[in-house]
Design a protein around this ligand. Structure first.
Ligand code: SF4
Length: 544
């Protein structure tokens, strides 16, 4: 059971969420306990229709009056909400708007009945009927508020209170009702059911996610402005990029690039991520709208961080993910190279992985992680083809000393922005990690989760850049004792990195096709479900 902050004192619930309980109690938990605001096209369309309706607040004809968007609350039921329309002629009644076609729906009936019960309290008079208007059919359906329906409202409120006070997440439906649910990517109904029943392979494919478009701006001194529904990138009054705002999911600003205050507000409002990276590849941070409302998760994360044993458990899994995927990388390349030194490194890493579960503390674990990484990088240079004009002898950072190290550092920064995004989308505190220390300003949790993805995403991009001859000697510049990518080199890396993060793979546990990008988010979501005690034991993403 997750700890949460809904106490036994009087707590008001939204009428719409309570009505949803009849459809799916888990939906109520996400909306009310975790504060989920996930939307999909059905919800957005409904909201647009609502806005259009609200433009005309009141309609008065002889003997008849319509008031729109009336706020109501009930002290008896502890409910609050908005009634779409209150009509008053010979009698008074609520009308609830739905965007689809006319249908019988018990939760719609419960919703309009709850509105009527709140209105009765407000007006001090009985309301015997109400209507649901279906915009798709342009027709109303009458709902009679009899004793049975009123009892259903009370029962739904009781169930809502139990879920909110217990903090226990109801099990997923994992059936046809999940199709079209705005919460499916957060809820992962089929995956959770599969894990709980120990038959993960049987889950249905994930719905496709919109990978969106990433705008990288690396022209030093450039400025970004909004013009209508487009983003313009200009420099010295010359426009060199003009991009529609729709489908723009992420903006990456590298070095000295200006962003207009109008765009800052717009990106914050739309949830478009904006990341800032230095030309040397250092990740500075991102523009972030208000903190996630998921306090349940943050409480669980902080609690786990305080418990050394639990912290060590998660930290150990991050290291296992990293070293296992490093080993798999070496094994894959060595299929054609057949190199004895690589074989030896593979077996040393395997032995280190076996010792992870016996590590008594974080220091010992970090020591094993360091030893495994050294073994990996001791042979990493052998994975680079002979004809490539760059050698790799050892990993060097801050600053990277040679082109291969410059590529690795830059690739890790690009990956870090995506892991930070995933961590924030899920609702974690990015600064509280389990393996990495939470030093000031260090996104420790993102640095934990990134470990299992470094070899398979970032290192792979670097090896592609080198072995396919994409990167040439002219793509680097040497300054301040280090080697860094030049502007042309960075642009080549953006393209390669984009290709890699969108690459579809077969998920090793669930067996469906999924992009690396979505896999990062899935891992963050599974960690959240483990921390809030919905499923047991975090398992790293292991490639085969
Ligand atoms: S995806 Fe399914 S189980 Fe999850 S909240 Fe939606 S309807 Fe409920």
């Amino acid at each position: 059971m997750a700890e949460h902050n809904i106490s036994n004192e009087q707590h008001y619930f939204p009428i719409s969420s309570v009505a949803e309980i009849l459809y799916c109690p888990r939906n109520f938990y996400y909306r009310v306990v975790e504060g989920a605001e996930d939307s999909n096209h059905h919800l957005l369309e409904g909201k647009l229709q609502e806005e259009r309706r609200d433009e005309r607040q009141r309609l008065v004809r002889e003997g008849y009056r319509q008031d729109r968007s009336i706020h109501v609350s009930s002290e008896k039921l502890n409910l609050y909400g908005i009634v779409d329309i209150v009509e008053q002629g010979k009698e008074i009644y609520p009308v609830e708007y739905k965007k689809g076609f006319r249908k019988e729906s018990l939760n719609d009936d419960v919703q309009v009945c709850a509105q009527a019960m709140a209105l009765e309290e407000k007006l001090g008079q009985d309301i015997n009927r109400g209507y649901i208007y279906y915009a798709g059919s342009k027709a109303r359906r009458e709902v009679i508020f009899d004793e049975d329906l009123r009892l259903m409202v009370e029962n739904a409120v009781g169930l809502a209170r139990n879920i909110a006070l217990s903090g226990e997440i109801p099990p997923p439906l994992a059936d046809n009702r999940c199709e079209g649910c705005a919460l499916v990517n957060r809820c992962l109904p089929f995956e959770v059911k599969g894990i709980k029943e120990n038959k993960a392979k049987a889950v249905r494919p994930q719905p496709g996610i919109n990978l969106g478009r990433v705008l990288y701006v690396d022209e030093q001194g450039a400025s970004l402005y909004k013009k209508g529904e487009r983003v313009l990138v200009t420099k010295d009054q010359i426009k060199f990029k003009d991009i529609p705002l729709c489908n723009l999911d992420q903006v990456v600003l590298v070095g000295n690039v200006n962003l207009s205050s109008q765009l800052i507000k717009l990106f914050l409002g739309r949830g478009t991520e904006v990341h800032f990276i230095s030309t040397k590849g250092k990740y500075y941070g991102c523009l972030q709208a208000a903190l996630s409302k998921n306090s349940v998760l943050r409480i669980a994360q902080h609690r786990a961080y305080q418990k050394q044993e639990e912290r060590l458990l998660y930290a150990s899994e991050f290291v296992r993910g990293k070293l296992s995927n490093m080993r798999t990388n070496l094994l894959r390349y060595n299929r054609s190279l057949n190199n004895h030194s690589i074989d030896e490194a593979v077996s040393r890493i395997k032995n280190i992985i076996k010792r992870l579960e016996k590590a008594k503390d974080l220091n010992e674990l970090m020591g094993l992680e360091g030893a495994g990484s050294r073994d990996y990088f001791s042979v990493f240079g052998l994975l680079i083809k002979d004809r490539v004009p760059f050698d790799f002898n050892k990993r060097s950072r801050r600053p990277p000393e040679d082109p291969a190290n410059a590529l690795l550092s830059f690739s890790y920064s690009l990956l870090l922005k995506d892991v930070i995004t995933a961590v924030q989308v899920v609702g974690f505190d990015p600064f509280i990690g389990f393996l990495h220390r939470s030093d000031f300003g260090r996104p420790a949790l993102a640095l934990d989760i990134i470990e299992e993805f470094r070899p398979v995403v970032a290192d792979s991009v670097v090896l592609t850049a080198l072995n396919k001859g994409v990167i040439a000697e002219g793509d680097f510049e040497y300054r301040m004792g280090g080697c860094f990518l030049s502007e042309t080199g960075r642009k080549k890396m953006y393209r390669l990195y984009e290709e890699r993060r969108k690459e579809m793979i077969t998920h090793p546990v669930f067996g469906y096709r999924i992009s690396y990008l979505r896999t990062i988010e899935l891992q963050a979501r599974f960690l959240a479900k483990v921390l809030t005690k919905e499923i047991d034991g975090y398992k790293p993403f292991l490639v085969r």
